[in-house]
Design a protein around this ligand. Structure first.
Ligand code: COA
Length: 378
């Protein structure tokens, strides 16, 4: 490859053919398997959407009931994994804890039969079922408490909030959380999905695929923005401070957190849905103290940067929603991970069906035939 063809970050280079997700950044369109995200957010559940993403079609009633049953009855995590997690450092980041816990599943399920549909189905069930249990367990264990056992009578979203907050959630909170998971479940060839496909292409086990994707998502350029949005809104402190704050950042070439996107040139359709969910939550439970500031930040930033195609992205309202649901700030990215496991597994399965190991080229820029200097001469 000539150096002139090189694109840092592979920007704009197709890395796979995929039927999973369609994004039109100019018009603000997002579809999973051809279905608009707005319809899924209104009518679907996270587990139904997961089924759609991974198996390609919406399940019928029996298929969905079977899938839900399987998931609900695989939510427990082995005591050896819980024991291992007890020894994780309390100050460790929840994403690092999740990555290690997810990878450990491969130790317990080391059989690897990637051409067996039953093996694939079981791995999907295990990962979708157990990842939320691991996330909630770490939240309690890092404070020295025992994790809460999943409840078979609660649906996926309600059970997670119950395990995390130790209280059965209000039905609206559970529904809003379920929709958040739908919105974060898939988004085409982003960094963590690319990572999952590269790992999958070596024909390793699915637990390694998910662990490598979690590690990629953990970086601040990918999964960490919702945390930083809430920090920013708190720092601004009042609506009167918004305009000078935004002007100062723009003048200094600094980014406004929760704004801008590599693909979208209009408001991210997921941000519009999340804002609506935030409204519903705040109407019922009282507004987040920084919500008015957020609305003012959107108004001012859109006025100043809208002409450059910079609008709120999915992370702008998600932090406020997560906080209202009782999710600690350093766990926001783990929620993203719980949801995105669905997309990563869909790409794992798609990659296996057409697999060729990823092996791109590099543009070598080092020297040639340099002399080897013996150690005592250096
Ligand atoms: N605030 C202010 N200006 C922004 C901006 C933001 N959030 N995002 C992009 N811009 C501006 C850049 O300063 C640059 O302006 P210039 O051409 O005058 O130099 C231009 O828009 C292009 O920015 P660039 O960083 O090259 O865009 P990108 O496509 O590489 O970046 C993001 C996309 C998401 C990384 C970027 O918008 C960002 O860092 N946003 C804040 C973090 C965030 O919310 N991340 C979550 C993404 S879902």
């Amino acid at each position: 490859m000539e150096a002139t063809n090189f694109k840092p970050g592979l920007e704009g280079i197709p890395a796979a053919k995929s039927e999973i997700c369609y994004v039109d950044g100019e018009q603000g369109i997002l579809q999973y398997r051809g279905i608009p995200i707005e319809a899924l957010a209104e009518h679907s559940s996270f587990l139904e959407t997961t089924y759609l993403l991974i198996w390609g079609d919406l399940p019928n009633q029996k298929e969905l009931a079977d899938f839900e049953y399987q998931i609900y009855h695989h939510r427990r995590v082995k005591s050896k994994i819980r024991d291992m997690m007890k020894w994780f450092p309390e100050a460790g980041h929840p994403m690092d804890a999740l990555q290690a816990a997810a990878a450990s599943l491969g130790l317990f399920h080391s059989r690897r039969v990637l051409d067996d549909p039953e093996y694939i189905r079981k791995a999907v069930v295990r990962l979708i079922a157990k990842i939320p249990t691991m996330v909630a367990a770490f939240k309690l264990m890092r404070k020295g408490n025992d994790p809460i056992t999943p409840r078979d009578d609660l649906n996926y979203a309600a059970n997670f909030l119950y395990m995390l907050t130790e209280q059965e959630p209000d039905p609206l909170a559970a529904r809003v959380f379920d929709v958040c998971l739908i919105l974060h479940a898939e988004h085409g060839m982003n960094a963590s999905t690319f990572s999952s496909r590269v790992t999958a292409s070596t024909l390793t086990d699915p637990y390694s695929v998910i662990a490598s994707a979690v590690g990629t998502l953990a970086g601040p350029l990918h999964g960490g923005a919702s945390e930083e949005v809430v920090d920013m809104l708190e720092k601004i402190g009042s609506c009167d401070n918004v305009e000078p704050y935004i002007e100062h950042r723009i003048a200094n070439g600094e980014k406004i957190m929760g704004f801008g996107h590599r693909v979208y040139r209009v408001k991210d359709p997921r941000a519009t849905i999340l804002q609506n969910l935030a409204d519903q939550l705040f109407n019922k439970f009282g507004a987040d103290p920084v919500y008015d500031i957020a609305l003012e930040v959107e108004r001012v930033t859109t006025e100043k940067l809208g002409n450059k195609g910079i609008y709120p992205n999915v992370e702008f309202y998600s932090g406020m929603v997560f906080r209202q649901l009782g999710i600690p700030r350093d766990m926001f990215s783990t929620i993203f991970a719980i949801a995105r496991v669905a997309g990563w597994l869909a790409h794992w399965k798609e990659q296996l069906a057409v697999n060729r190991i990823y092996r791109p080229k590099q543009v070598y820029t080092g020297g040639h035939h340099d002399p080897y200097l013996p150690l005592d001469q250096r």
